[in-house]
Design a protein around this ligand. Sequence first.
Ligand code: AMP
Ligand code: ZN
Ligand code: FE
Ligand code: FE
Length: 286
Amino acid sequence: MRIDLHCHSTASDGTDTPAELVRKAGAAGLDVVALTDHDTTRGYAEAIAALPEGLTLVTGAELSCRLDGVSMHMLAYLFDSEEPDLFAERELVRDDRVPRARGMIARLNELGVPVTWEQVARIAGDGSVGRPHVATALVELGVVATVSDAFTEQWLADGGRAFVEKHESDPFEAIRLIKGAGGVAVFAHPAAVKRGRTVPESAIAELAAAGLDGIEVDHMDHDPATRARLRGLAKELGLLTTGSSDYHGSRKTCVLGEYTTDPEVYGEITRRATGAFPVPGAGGAR
Ligand code: AMP
Ligand code: ZN
Ligand code: FE
Ligand code: FE
């Protein structure tokens, strides 16, 4: 069983539509794929409609959180997408991405970069708008060579010259809301140092005490020593450990199924979840 529990589509900042994503996941030989767009569930219907036979979809989202000034991401799986409290929080975070993107564009304009909201909005389409869309605009304008190159102090990295914060949820509140909606909460790439500051192990222990289910360990942004440390911490704290690609289509270098989750851990996630069931592919529209 090959299980990839963290993927993005055009519903946020991936480059494959939800339908393309599940078709590629099927073609890549995955058995289970999770759709975890940033702060939105908008891609579900299209992914389900296109789901190939033999592939199971885990519905999810990656929620933007902040703890003591440090941005962090919380993966939520198999929650009830219509539960009103989590829905309202998701909407708050997602909607704030628009004025925030406009703010970053204004900063870039001050720095002499002629990027416009119209350009970024075209790139984002109907996906929840984020820095990768602004970064793509910078690539189009020839300011940087790649999306990754825009994530520097000079441009869009946390604290960078054109960086603007967005509203982000308190992770303890996020865990409470995810659980309240019958979901399972997994802290995404908790030690991805190249993305900026990370939270201390003591905070992970506090989140675990507050009901966190697991941490993402096998991820491209964790080196082998970091993975070993996180695995030890998870064991100590009784947390599940997952692995996933964090696939973003052509906006990142990782490929589908690059890292995967142990079938036993996947089984435990599905047993804990009460908000939604995994969706087995039935052939799908091709
Ligand atoms: P935002 O949610 O708008 O603040 O944008 C954060 C997203 O940017 C992350 O979820 C990643 O998908 C992407 N990202 C962060 N750092 C990098 C990087 N160094 N290279 C490429 N993409 C990145
Ligand atoms: Zn992303
Ligand atoms: Fe993330
Ligand atoms: Fe992600």
